[in-house]
Design a protein around this ligand. Sequence first.
Ligand SMILES: Nc1ncnc2c1ncn2[C@@H]1O[C@H](COP(=O)(O)OP(=O)(O)O)[C@@H](O)[C@H]1O
Ligand SMILES: [Mg+2]
Length: 492
Amino acid sequence: MRADPLTVSLETVIAAAPMLGHPLEDRALIRAAQRPELAAAFREVSRIPLRNPEQRGMFLVAPLDVLVVNCEAGRKQFHVTEINGTGIGGLTNLPLDIVGTVLDGFAKFAASLDAPDALVLVAVSGMESSKNPRQNKLFYEKMLYAEAVKRGLDSRGIGPTARVLTMAQVEQDGDAVRSEGPAVVLGYIKQLLNALGLRRDGRLHLHGRPVDAAINDRFCLNALSRLGHLVDMSRFHTMNRTFMAGSDKGVAYELINEYTSSGGWEESFPRRVEFTRVHNRPEMVAAVLRWLRMGRKVVIKAQGTGLGHGVEFFLDPEEDADAIIERIDHSIRVTEHYYAAAGGAFPYTLVEFVDTCTVPRRGHPLFGHKYEVRVVVYRDGDDLCAVPSISKICSQGYEADRSGRLSLINNITASAEAMKQAGTEFMLPLCNEETLGLLEITRADMEGLCVYCAGLIRHVLDQAQDHPERFGLSGVQGALSEEDAALAIVRA
Ligand SMILES: Nc1ncnc2c1ncn2[C@@H]1O[C@H](COP(=O)(O)OP(=O)(O)O)[C@@H](O)[C@H]1O
Ligand SMILES: [Mg+2]
C-alpha cells in the first residue's frame, strides 16, 4: 500500500530537528529494550475494569513516580511520590502497542466533542524560564497528540477538517485562531496561559475564541488557578478529568492514603504518607521549622509544577533558620518566575523525606546514585493497566552527610541539563530483567507495584465521580456574577 505522500516519519522528524534549530531526543533504544513478554505480563496482572462506562471519558494516561526503599529480607517498599498525567514526557519509552492505545484514546476523546468548531489545546512543558529557556526534547510526542486529536475531530464528519496551529503562529497573528472550523493548538504551557482569558459566561477563551478542551493535567490546573477557579467545567473538557490529582501532590497524597488504608497491602507500601498543606509563606516557614524541630526531614513541593521546580529538601535539623527561609523564598521565586504564579504556586505540600535506595552494583557507572521508578497507568478500552516504564537515576552520587540537590532529584531533564548529557544517560528500561536485577527489584515486587498503581487510579476515578468537588469539577456553571467576573480579571 502506498503511504500518504505527505506523511513524514517520526524518525525523519527527529533526524532533521537539529537543522530546524530544535534538537530532539530519540527514545527508540529504550523502547527496543522493553521486553514485550514482561510488559504483557505486568499489563495483564494489573488489569482492572473501570467501574462504569462514564469513566472512559475521564482518563487516558498517568505516569506514577515511585520512590524505592530497601526493607527486610531483600524486599522493597514503594512510595508513590506523584501521579502526573497526560503531560507525560516519555510516552515513547513504552512499547509501541501502548503508545498506539494511548494515542487512539486522544483521538476518541476529540471525536466525542460536540461543538462543530471545537478548539482543543495541547500543552507542552518547557520554556518555563525566560532567562534560561528550555526547549522540550520530546516535543514530538505532543505533535503525535496533536495529530491524534486532529484525526479524532475529523472523524466526526462535521464541518471542515481541523487545522493544527501552534502558539508560535497564534502569538504572531491572533486571527489565526479566530477563523472558523475545528482546530488544535499546540503550545508551551506558559504561552497558552498568557493567552487565556475568561468570558462572562464562565468559558475559557484563547484570543477571544472559546476553548472546548485541553490536554495536560498540569496545564489544566494552572489555567484554573490563574482564573480563580471560575471556569465553567461543564464546558471545559479536560483530559484527564482527574487533572487535580495529577498536578497537586497534596491532593494525590490524600487519595493515596485513603487507597492504601483500604487495602491490606502489608509492608510493600507505607501505611501513610506524612504530609501537610500550607497556603502562604508564613505558614510554610512555620511548618518547615516545626517539622525539623520534631526531628522530621522535609521536602516542599509547589502546586502545578514539575521537573523538580520549587522542590527543596530540608534534611539538617541544625540548619540555620535564615538559610532555611532563604531556600523557601528561592522556591517561591522559582514558581513565580517559571509558572507566572503570582505570590508563588500555593498551596504547597510538605512531605516527609524518604531515604531511598541507590544503584547497588559496584563498578556500574551509576553505582551509589539514588533512583526512582516510573509506572505508567493507562486506559485500555474499559480497563486500566499498569506497565513499568523507566528507572530515573540521579546525575550525582549520594552521600548521606553531603547531599546536594543533584544527588536527590531523580528527574531526567534536571539530570541531563546539569550534566549536559542526553536524558537517556540517566534512565534504564524497566520491562527488562537486567534492569530489575541491577536494582534488585524482584518480578513479584514489581507485579505488586503495578497492581497497586492501577488500583490507585481506579480509586482516583471513583472519587472524581463521587466527589467532583474534591477535584475542582463541581465549580461555577453558567454566567458569572459581577463580583466573580471582576475577581477573575484581577487574578488573570
Ligand atoms: N518524599 C520524598 N523523599 C525524598 N525525595 C523526594 C521526595 N519527594 C520527591 N523527591 C525527589 O524530588 C523529585 C521531584 O519530586 P516529584 O514529587 O516527583 O515532583 P516533580 O513534579 O517536580 O517531578 C523526585 O524525583 C525525587 O527525586
Ligand atoms: Mg516527578
